[in-house]
Design a protein around this ligand. Structure first.
Ligand code: NI
Ligand code: MN
Length: 226
């Protein structure tokens, strides 16, 4: 599966003919200057929780591309009030079959208020299952035992996990999370964008390697295959 990183926790996965874009935060990211948000493709935009660093560019990209926003109920209602009618609400534990595959909203331990103070529901992660393969994006989260349920139910090609610490899991817990979801291929997210989440990336990659796992860290705009 082709994955393109757009900086912070924003990445896209090509599933068949569709492009799934996760947590768009591009223009406000000083590290993503190489990415032109006006050229980022999307068939669907999946939003893990309501914080600005996960949805700041979602409305604009949805309007330009006609993409459907998939998120929790409260976040889809908030976008609906901005005139975006192509939304699909989920709530935790629920899954839905889309034209590219199945998406399940799963637990995350974090917070989730919208930029204007509106209640943003509970934060989540996504398990995406498709004919091309399955993957998990945890969203911003602590390590949680609930991740073991994902490992029991889905065979994953890769897991996209935060490694930046401070606001989310750091590298140590991300390695445990990869164990819990039974996946040795990890795309690292949510690091270096802000002062409190600076990561020694070479050390993080080495730590994963020592645990028998592969940590991929991409430059904004860079793609790889899982
Ligand atoms: Ni957050
Ligand atoms: Mn965040």
């Amino acid at each position: 599966m082709k994955v393109t990183y757009y900086g912070h926790a924003c990445f896209a996965v090509e599933v068949g003919a569709k492009t799934l874009l996760f947590d768009p935060f591009i223009a406000g990211n000083q590290l993503a200057k190489a990415v032109d948000k006006r050229a980022v493709p999307a068939s669907y935009i999946l939003i893990s929780h309501a914080h600005f660093d996960h949805l700041a560019d979602a409305a604009e990209i949805a309007r330009r591309t006609g993409a459907t926003i998939i998120s929790n109920y409260e976040i889809t209602v908030w976008f609906g009030k901005q005139g975006l009618e192509k939304v699909h609400p989920l709530n935790h534990g629920g899954a839905h079959n889309f034209d590219f595959g199945r998406v399940k909203l799963v637990n995350a331990i974090h917070s989730s208020s919208l930029p204007d103070g509106t209640y943003g529901g509970n934060p989540g992660g996504f398990v995406v299952e498709s004919a091309e393969g399955n993957f998990y994006y945890s969203g911003d989260t602590a390590l949680t035992m609930d991740m073991k349920l994902i490992g029991e139910s889905s065979r994953l090609k890769f897991a996209a996990l935060p490694i930046g610490d401070n606001f989310t899991m750091g590298t140590d817990d991300a390695i445990k999370a990869a164990d819990f979801v039974r996946c040795n291929h990890v795309l690292g997210l949510h690091f270096n964008t802000f002062a409190p989440i600076q990561v020694d990336t070479q050390a993080a990659v080495a730590q994963f390697k020592a645990a028998g796992k592969q940590l991929r860290l991409l430059q904004p705009g860079e793609s790889c295959d899982f």
